[in-house]
Design a protein around this ligand. Structure first.
Ligand SMILES: Nc1ncnc2c1ncn2[C@@H]1O[C@H](COP(=O)(O)OP(=O)(O)OP(=O)(O)O)[C@@H](O)[C@H]1O
Length: 274
């Protein structure tokens, strides 16, 4: 679905600060791809380059990010570089940015924020009917209809995060990019939200790209894993293979640093996910 070919990405127009250096990877339909790596290793920059958001001064210096999407309604195949992804946002590609607690507009009620993000065709029909559909979808995330009438500050952090995941998934995009979607939350809420995201991915059979520092999370939910270090991908492959046989010293250290319980690695933190 997405082909990242030898891409070098950085910031600045006069000078160029390189953040991602010669990275290649493929993102397939119907998979959960994890991206891990230390702080500053370029994970968020890579996500922005894949999403095609160049508003932060981000620049692809060399290489390409190419997407291939099939429009579910017309069946037409759309192939484009990420610089032309903006018309596909929400509908085909959605993005839950890091620090998304502050993404919601504090002055707007949740209903208006959900509706604003929807493609035009979803807004056809009566407002009451649309509200009912959104409320039914939110119910799947354990959120009651009155959440729609709330301002963000009236909700807990976990509720706001669930709203964001729901907004990202509502129109069944083919690709959901989630950058540390649960980092600021306590572990119980974190677990609920991650399981919810897995459930959506299984149901919608789309692709979820999940950036997380937490290797326990990757072990539990990702199919494939990419490890970044200083702007480069140092290792990628099926998650189980990487855990069974890490190749790079950085990956070995990350795995070795996972907490252990009675001599066993405590990676079973999320419980069973089928
Ligand atoms: N808007 C920006 N302008 C200039 N440099 C930036 C910008 N955003 C990130 N960088 C730099 O790019 C490099 C990679 O940052 P990035 O946020 O992609 O890493 P990360 O792996 O996502 O880190 P973290 O896990 O802390 O979020 C860092 O050196 C960072 O300082």
């Amino acid at each position: 679905m997405i082909e990242v070919d030898n891409v070098t990405v950085g910031y600045g127009s006069a000078g160029f600060i390189k953040a991602v250096d010669g990275v290649s990877l493929t993102i397939n339909d119907n998979e959960i791809l994890g991206i891990a790596g230390e702080s500053g290793s370029g994970k968020s920059t890579l996500m922005r380059a894949i999403y095609g958001d160049f508003s932060t001064g981000l620049r692809i210096q060399s290489g390409t990010v190419t997407g291939r999407f099939t429009d579910p309604r017309s069946g037409k195949v759309i192939e484009a570089p990420s610089s032309r992804f903006a018309p596909l946002w929400w509908d085909q590609i959605s993005y839950i940015p890091q620090g998304s607690m502050s993404v919601l507009n504090p002055l707007m009620k949740i209903e208006a924020q959900v509706v604003d993000g929807l493609p035009k065709r979803e807004r056809q029909g009566s407002r009451g009917e649309l509200r009912a559909r959104i409320a039914a979808f939110l119910a799947g995330f354990g959120l009651e209809e009155n959440v729609l009438d709330a301002y963000p500050h009236q909700l807990s952090g976990g509720m706001r995060q669930r709203v964001l995941v729901a907004i990202a998934a509502f129109v069944n995009p083919r690709l959901i990019l989630a950058d540390e979607p649960t980092t600021a939350l306590d572990v119980v809420v974190q677990k609920k939200i991650l399981l919810m995201m897995v459930e959506i991915q299984r149901r919608q059979r789309n692709c979820l790209v999940l950036v997380s520092h937490d290797l326990g999370v990757h072990y539990q939910i990702t199919d494939r894993l990419v490890i970044m270090y200083q702007g480069r991908i140092v290792e990628q492959g099926p998650t189980a293979d990487i855990f069974a046989n890490p190749q790079h010293d950085y990956t070995k250290n990350l795995i070795a640093s996972l907490p252990r319980l009675h001599g066993k690695r405590a990676v079973e933190t999320l419980g069973a996910v089928s």
